[in-house]
Write a protein that binds this ligand. Structure first.
Ligand SMILES: C[S@@+](CC[C@H](N)C(=O)[O-])C[C@H]1O[C@@H](n2cnc3c(N)ncnc32)[C@H](O)[C@@H]1O
Length: 314
């Protein structure tokens, strides 16, 4: 990235009270606020990280925006994946340069922007979005940030579960990233599209979505046991001796769930045990309490482990 500001670049201006504005540079024009005016020409030619004065002498810090800054301020159709979760998705989802990635839904294009950067020029991202108006917003946001439409990004309008077979060959996707209301409806289609050993990572906002998606993946049988987690980022205040957590934080955004695709006709070694546990703990025991002999999950597991080991040797 060129660090010198040119006409057409976006600039993040931070004013005297920490208030931020993002503008696009156009030679001969000015940015006006109630504090005064800044000439765009005073920024063009300066390096990112410079301090610029408005005509009243107020100082503004001028920086090229980071992607995390940009996604929080860009126009939104649907709610975006927050930067802290995008970071988890990129690392725990193992998004690598050259990967063939499937994504749904596109929403406002925040996650698409991170994915496009992570897969690099040799990767391929195919994003599915059921609402055409959201897809347009997302395309505008991504193009605006990158300065051009990426040639390795295709946006398909429609439901993932219906459109995926048409746009993705069987067993060709390295990674699948889902951020949508009902991901459990897409597990069959996703499984068909994924390479053996591929990884699906799913972002959901509520525990009911998490549980339903988890059960659907487990019931499918073609994946490893899904992992589920959430992440919390607590910002800190540092000022002299006042070193403490900030009073406020974003406490809940969503949960993540990931699983690896098994090779065709593979049955996990542990799945007999998991199946036995599942059949022994029907849904009603979750609500009405375990029978007394199942004092804890651990004791159920232990006795079933023994039973499975016995049946394996007979
Ligand atoms: C929360 S938004 C995605 C936000 C996006 N990840 C971002 O960071 O900007 C969820 C999107 O999924 C879309 N959607 C829901 N179900 C879908 C499906 N089955 N196939 C494709 N898109 C779907 C919705 O229209 C919505 O735009």
């Amino acid at each position: 990235m060129n660090e010198i500001f040119e006409a057409g670049d976006r600039v993040q201006l931070t004013g005297p009270k920490g208030i931020m504005n993002t503008i696009r540079l156009t030679a001969g024009t000015r940015f006006g606020s109630h504090k005064g005016e800044i000439q765009h020409d005073d920024i063009i030619g300066k390096p990112s990280g410079s301090v610029i004065e408005n005509h009243n002498g107020d100082q503004y810090l001028a920086l090229k925006p980071l992607l995390s800054d940009y996604v929080l301020s860009m126009p939104r159709g649907a709610a975006i994946v927050y930067p802290k979760d995008a970071a988890q998705i990129l690392v725990e989802g193992d998004i690598f340069p050259g990967a063939n990635v499937i994504e749904a839904g596109v929403g406002s294009g925040a996650l698409s922007s991170y994915l496009i950067r992570a897969i690099g020029e040799n990767g391929k991202l195919t994003s599915f979005e059921r609402r055409a108006e959201f897809a347009e917003i997302a395309k505008g946001n991504v193009e605006n940030f990158l300065g051009a439409k990426p040639t390795n990004w295709k946006v398909v309008i429609g439901d993932l579960q219906e459109m995926l077979p048409e746009h993705c060959e069987v067993a060709s996707a390295d990674r699948v990233v889902l951020d949508m209301l009902a991901p459990w409806e897409c597990i069959d289609a996703v499984a068909t599209a994924m390479k053996p050993g591929g990884l699906v990572i799913i972002y959901v906002a509520t525990v009911t979505q998490l549980s339903r998606t988890f059960e659907e993946i487990r019931a499918h049988g073609g994946f490893t046991a899904p992992l589920a987690w959430e992440s919390m980022v607590r910002p800190w205040h540092l000022d002299g001796l006042a070193v403490r957590p900030e009073h406020r934080m974003i406490s809940h955004t969503g949960f993540l769930l990931s699983a690896r695709r098994l090779a065709p006709d593979t049955v996990l070694p542990s799945s007999r045990l998991e199946e036995a546990i599942r059949q022994s703990t029907p849904m009603r025991t979750w609500t009405s309490g375990y029978p007394r002999q199942w004092a804890s999950d651990r004791s159920v597991r232990k006795s079933l482990e023994k039973r499975c080991a016995r049946s394996r040797t007979t």
